[in-house]
Design a protein around this ligand. Structure first.
Ligand SMILES: *Cc1c(COP(=O)(O)O)cnc(C)c1O
Length: 542
């Protein structure tokens, strides 16, 4: 491999070169570059090794803590990369990889990402982003309109009004949720009278000012763990993130919610926000958003909808009704790196009222000056890439109707898969898909019968055996590397409160066919027929 153009030793002349020379087409890097441009699918298939190496072994490749003293050839580095990193990566774009929310990307995202890196704009301030700033504001307005459907006049007024913001762009759903609760907290504890606001005087004085013992955030047990982080960093406390029980369909139980609100009131704790989930991460269920909006109105607290996953359902005329009530939310989280098919690192939080984000405004002398157009004055993050460009591209190229088709397809495929599982004698559907996520477990019909007739104590024992079976099967399926489903634990009503381990499937990759879904079940049956798993199942016969 010719190495002539590459850095060979640390002298200024070679260092200047790495900032100026193009990629040599005949180098390893040039070859990888060309391969992913010409045939990404082929590249991934060829270079990601299907069979997993032991993680301990992989860690061995990354155990050196000393920074290399001398420069090295780029080609030596890319050889290492190919061998040790690419080969042991996860083929998230594979149509048989249906266990997580990360899936295939449209082909244009890759070259566009390169343009993004080439431009290297910093969205914290206009001085390093120029056109990217109004472009990002436009993207936020488009998503705001998808949710809140305000008038043309409304958007004309706010879209580029730099004193306000329709939302904030960020790295993902976690930061979006933190931002929503941050704004809600600062609004509730805003300046009034002598009190200069929580942003300046801190939580202790804010609570004294509000004359309460603490703040609470209420969400169902299926709430995303990012909310726990938010409660922690915002000083609300994880114990004050109240996990409300769900009904048989993984939706927040409204009676229990009201009970919790009454309890908090008795303890002098003020509800800061009620959160509805627009597509739970584990099961894809949607909370009764209308009822939650009513209750938040009654209590006078912030209503946030975490639609990180399910938000794009709004593109679909057929299914947008599933999110009815979302337009009454004070804030909504939507992840673009999930169902907008943008690469990782793109999330948004939208606010119904363009003045809400003013409560977290920060200024500095050299950038994000008062009255400037700098987006950084209303974001948690500082320096930030122009990922909004990729959302802009998706919305422009795929369009509302394109996304609608993708959404419809995913939901309908999930429904067909559910029927396939129902009809199969060796599986039990655990959660019916409302959006495009479902859960199920291995449960041959004879075992189903034993389970149905068992007394509660025996039932719990059997479920424990099955948990072991499901866990072992899921690991083997993952290790074999042909297909992948994830696993989680749920408490479906039908087993008297027993928590059980289930397979979880997320159907967002448009290339996942019904045949692939059949093959997933087939592979699972094969795994279940392995002697040690059969031996576990024998214990159910007792
Ligand atoms: C994925 C997800 C999040 C977190 O998003 P990240 O992008 O992983 O930070 C939050 N809430 C829900 C409902 C999600 O599905």
């Amino acid at each position: 491999m010719p190495k002539s153009r590459e850095l060979a030793q640390a002298n200024l002349e070679t260092l200047y070169r790495i900032f100026t020379v193009p990629v040599a087409p005949e180098s390893t890097l040039g070859e990888i570059d060309k391969a992913i441009t010409d045939d990404l699918t082929g590249f991934l298939q060829q270079h990601i090794v299907a069979v997993e190496r032991d993680l301990d072994e992989i860690e061995g490749d990354f155990s050196q803590s000393r920074i290399p003293e001398e420069p090295t050839y780029v080609s030596d580095y890319t050889d290492f990369l190919k061998e040790k990193l690419v080969s042991q990566s996860v083929h998230t774009a594979s149509p048989g990889f249906i266990g997580h929310m990360t899936s295939a990307l449209p082909y244009f995202m890759l070259p566009l990402s390169r343009i993004l890196t080439a431009l290297n704009q910093n969205l914290v301030k206009v001085e390093t982003s120029r056109a990217f700033t109004p472009m990002e504001r436009q993207v936020l307005a488009m998503i705001h309109r998808l949710i809140y459907a305000q008038s043309d006049e409304f958007y004309r007024e706010w879209i580029q009004n730099n004193r306000y913001a329709l939302g904030a762009f960020c790295s993902g759903g976690t930061i979006a949720n933190v931002t929503a609760l941050w704004a809600a907290r600062n609004r509730l504890c805003g300046p009034s009278g002598d009190f200069k606001g929580i942003a300046r005087e801190g939580l202790v004085k804010a609570l004294r000012h509000l004359d309460c013992q603490g703040l609470a955030v209420l969400v169902s047990r299926r709430g995303h763990y990012s909310l726990g982080k938010a409660a922690d960093v915002l000083g609300i406390g994880r114990d004050n993130l109240i996990a409300v029980d769900t009904d048989g369909n993984n939706r927040i139980d409204l009676v229990r919610l009201r009970e919790q609100c009454a309890r908090l009131k008795g303890e002098g704790i003020r509800p800061l926000a009620i959160i509805g989930i627009g597509g739970t991460t584990e099961t894809g269920n949607v909370d009764p958003l209308e009822a939650l909006a009513d209750l938040a109105g009654e209590l006078g607290c912030h209503f946030h909808v975490d639609a990180a996953w399910g938000g794009p359902t709004l593109f679909s005329d057929r299914y947008r009704g599933l999110l009815r009530g979302i337009e009454r939310a004070d804030s909504v989280t939507i992840d673009a790196h999930k169902q907008l098919y943008v690469p990782m690192g793109a999330g948004m939080v939208l606010f119904k009222d363009p003045a809400t984000l003013s409560s977290i405004e920060h200024h500095a002398a050299y950038i994000i000056r008062r009255g400037s157009r700098d987006l950084g004055s209303r974001t948690l993050e500082g320096s930030r890439p122009g990922m909004a460009m990729l959302v802009h591209a998706g919305l422009s190229i795929i369009g509302r109707k394109g996304y609608e088709l993708l959404i419809n397809q995913g939901i309908e495929r999930a429904r067909r898969f559910a029927r396939l599982i129902d009809a199969h004698s060796e599986f039990e559907l655990v959660s019916e898909p409302e959006l495009n996520i479902l859960t199920y477990r291995y449960l041959p019909s004879w075992a189903q019968q034993v389970l149905a007739e068992a007394v509660p104590e025996r039932r719990a024992q059997i479920n424990e055996i099955l948990d072991k079976v499901i866990e072992t099967m899921q690991k083997r399926q993952r290790e074999a590397g042909k297909t992948f489903v994830s696993r989680t634990r749920l408490a479906p009503g039908r087993y008297g409160g027993d928590t059980i381990t289930v397979f979880r499937v997320v159907l967002a990759n448009p290339l996942t066919t019904d045949d692939i879904l059949s093959a997933v079940l087939e592979e699972e049956c094969e795994i279940a027929s392995q002697p040690d798993i059969q031996a576990m199942l024998e214990q159910i016969k007792g």
